[in-house]
Design a protein around this ligand. Sequence first.
Ligand code: HEC
Length: 269
Amino acid sequence: MMKTMIQSVLGRRAMGVVMAGAVIATGFAFGVQPASAASEAHEPEAIDWSFNGPFGTYDKSQLRRGFKVFKEVCATCHSAHLLKFRNLAEEGGPAFSEAQVKVIAAEYTIEELNGDGDMEERPRLPKDPFPSPYANPEQAAAALGVAPPDLSVMAKAREGGPDYIHALLMGYQDPPEGREMAPGTHYNPYFPGGAIAMPAPLFADQVEYEDGTPTTLDQESQDVTAFLMWVAEPKLEQRHEMGFQVLIYLIALAGILYFATRKVWSDVH
Ligand code: HEC
């Protein structure tokens, strides 16, 4: 409808310019969707995430619930070093208040050099990063066999993205008949190879939600995955907005160029 309107006003040629510009702009603005899951592993279920598609936005309540799951469950093993406490109050995120962020940060401590050159422990501040549960990857690997990877960009790093993480969290099951599991590994057909060092981390009713949302395993998995997606891509909404601005700019520019060209040539004839 919109396309045919613009087309009749601008003519086919200008339309081509607009469309090419639009395609390039949307490509840049929305990013390319990651390809589907690895061939040997099970295909993760496609979830209808609120942040999917060019109009997608994060659901603030979901991000707050997801943060709770992350903080109480995942963060006992995993770091997310790119996450600063103050991010939790920033636009497009879980929208905690500045005061809430101060309280959350102060639940943790950090060691810092003081004026005398000694290490001193102080409560964390909003500017500090979310703490890592282990001093270093070696310590983490010693505890679990494999070091739990940092989760800062995990939702974008794995094939399948958030669908994969959700499926992985839900996917623990008994190994099929005759399958020998190496010590310290757990059967999960969504993990490439099927044997993962992470024990099933999440169960129904593992956290308490303040907003009354039922704490099914599916719900908790979706919430923490949405939270991890926000950590990996906090500027998604701004990027979508920018995409539309670029699009409108390109359409306007194409229009101006078209009429300017016509005017110039009509003077020549
Ligand atoms: C008991 C410690 C522990 C807890 C708790 C834990 N993890 Fe893990 N996680 C691990 C370990 C260890 C690995 C590495 C597994 C491997 O490579 O075999 C891992 C790997 C992962 C991976 C990467 C899988 C891949 O494709 O490489 C994701 C995603 C992940 N964890 C998400 C989570 C989430 C989300 C939570 C909270 C709901 C969580 N984990 C809780 C220990 C833990």
